[in-house]
Design a protein around this ligand. Sequence first.
Ligand SMILES: CC(=O)CC(=O)SCCNC(=O)CCNC(=O)[C@H](O)C(C)(C)COP(=O)(O)OP(=O)(O)OC[C@H]1O[C@@H](n2cnc3c(N)ncnc32)[C@H](O)[C@@H]1OP(=O)(O)O
Length: 428
Amino acid sequence: MSTLEPAAVRRVAVIGGSRVPFARSDGPYATASNQEMLTAALDGLVDRYGLERPGAVGEFVAGAVLKHSRDFNLARGTVLGSRLDARTPAYDIQQACGTGLQAVVAAANKIALGQTEAAVAGGSDTASDAPLGVNDDLRKLLLEARRATSLGARLKALAKVRPGHLVPDVPRNAEPRTGLSMGEHAAVTARAWGVTREAQDELAATSHQRLAAAYERGFFQDLVVPFRGLARDQNLRPGSTVEKLATLKPVFGVDGPEPTMTAGNSTPLTDGAAVVLLASEEWAEERGLEPLAYLTAHETAAVDFVHGDVADGEDGLLMAPAYAVPRMLERAGLGLDDFDLVEVHEAFASQVLATLAAWEKRGLPPVDRARLNVAGSSLATGHPFAATGARIVATLAKLLAERDAPGRGLISICAAGGQGVTAVLERP
Ligand SMILES: CC(=O)CC(=O)SCCNC(=O)CCNC(=O)[C@H](O)C(C)(C)COP(=O)(O)OP(=O)(O)OC[C@H]1O[C@@H](n2cnc3c(N)ncnc32)[C@H](O)[C@@H]1OP(=O)(O)O
């Protein structure tokens, strides 16, 4: 018996994006669930591109970092609550802050292999509605009570419950193997790479100014759908100057005698959702849709921050893009100079600056700051973990399309767990 011939690889087009404005946690979206936010973002795409027709897209891939057990398949639940055809298959994916971009990659790979013609990918996160677990001791007692075969045995198990058992298990924004928060890890890395407070504040101020300018010129008009009274990212402070940022107190105290990381040069805890529409060129052409850009390469890498020397900076928790990007460029036969635009997710200003320094140390040329995060990034938009990847893909694709000339853009996203997800978008 002969097997099927492997499919020829096709180009994957980025058609458009949709997201809700991002909100600071415990603010306007405090009562919104991941599913509600993701549905609003998805419906934005459905309305814009007429996706309500049966079978309009092959699948929906999404995820959330902070997820309730009731959202066991958040993507499928979202489809069922949206205006997308209810017969659209959907599944969840999770790679911490790389989730949104990894969802895009998963969907793109199916399109590239001819397994589907179009797909929607993205993510959602809410720190306001984070799942609280019952603590481990209470969980064991509840399971014991459930397994009990008589009323007496059940009551005996429940009688062991003490007030201390009622303390909930709150998810921490921390790495369980080191006990350090994301910010503390970034602070250790900042110290190792000699990243200064001034450089961090300058990057943060630029992010706010560029995001403000992009909103001002209407750049986000077809990328952001109003939600719960917000029309633009709530964290955006156009008046965030270097002078103002310099007055803020440090918040993560582990980067030496003079800690450098503040609420201004770190992302805030954020709620929001974002999605992008991907398709084959044929699908786009049949519908008269011009692709914004094409997703042409991607790479993931991981660092061993558990056994490596975290303090030397090389294997910092958020430093995997320092390995993923050189590997991706080598595989694609490209240099950093070949990129017109570079998008580095700003989890913390210090982590962006350490990543740029690490690329240089690995022989890549310095990134021209005029090409870096030109429409602002996470320090200004905020960072709802799983939504960030789709936000960046849509922003970069539109920036490339706006140039009305051939162009190439790079995406670099660090993720908890010591991972990095990176990609290349091109417009011929
Ligand atoms: C998870 C992954 O896979 C990878 C990643 O991306 S890692 C990143 C994950 N995200 C995080 O770890 C989130 C980190 N952030 C935090 O924990 C918190 O936001 C924080 C500890 C940094 C700050 O929390 P906070 O103290 O409650 O901040 P907040 O009250 O908003 O701001 C403190 C002050 O700075 C001011 N401020 C904040 N940003 C400012 C700005 N841009 N301009 C001017 N002032 C600013 C505020 O107005 C406030 O001033 P007052 O005290 O006078 O009111």
